[in-house]
Design a binder for this molecule. Structure first.
Ligand SMILES: [Zn+2]
Ligand SMILES: [Zn+2]
Length: 145
């Protein structure tokens, strides 16, 4: 399989009955510096002219703990299992750009949906003291509760 053909939607649409395996890494930090390199595996499959995408994404997301503000690197995973709409109208989970599948943007969008609303550095994070601002994970402070 020629790697450059994987994301050419026109080529995939013409290749009835063919499967295009996907196994690559993409750098999505240019879109969002909170991300780095993401792995993409899966396939595009053309069944009677209909292109189905079955993709898995994984990557690290850099953020801060909601309670203590310490840096947290969160492993995220996401999956897409969809029919590729060449117009992008019905389903925009696959990003298209000039007849090409924009795999960086697709990975970014998928992983963004996997970001939890609340991120903690650990389950029992003690957070910061409201009064003096000390990180109570490291040492207790002198303030009274
Ligand atoms: Zn924390
Ligand atoms: Zn304090």
């Amino acid at each position: 399989m020629n790697g450059s053909g994987i994301f050419d939607l026109n080529l995939i649409q013409k290749s009835t009955g063919e499967t295009f395996p996907v196994n690559c890494t993409v750098d999505i930090s240019p879109i969002d510096v909170s991300f780095g390199v993401a792995e993409v595996t899966g396939q595009f499959r053309n069944t009677a002219g209909v292109v189905k995408a079955t993709l898995k994404f994984s990557g690290m997301y850099k953020t801060a703990c909601d309670r203590c503000l310490e840096a947290v690197a969160l492993p995220l995973t996401a999956e897409i299992d969809t029919i590729v709409d060449p117009t992008g109208a019905k389903d925009d989970s696959i990003s298209l750009e000039n007849g090409r599948i924009d795999i960086e943007k697709t990975a970014y969008d998928a992983l963004c949906l996997a970001i939890p609303t609340k991120v903690l550095c650990r389950e029992d994070c003690r957070g910061l003291c409201y009064n003096c601002g000390k990180n109570l994970n490291f040492e207790p402070c002198e303030c009274e509760n």
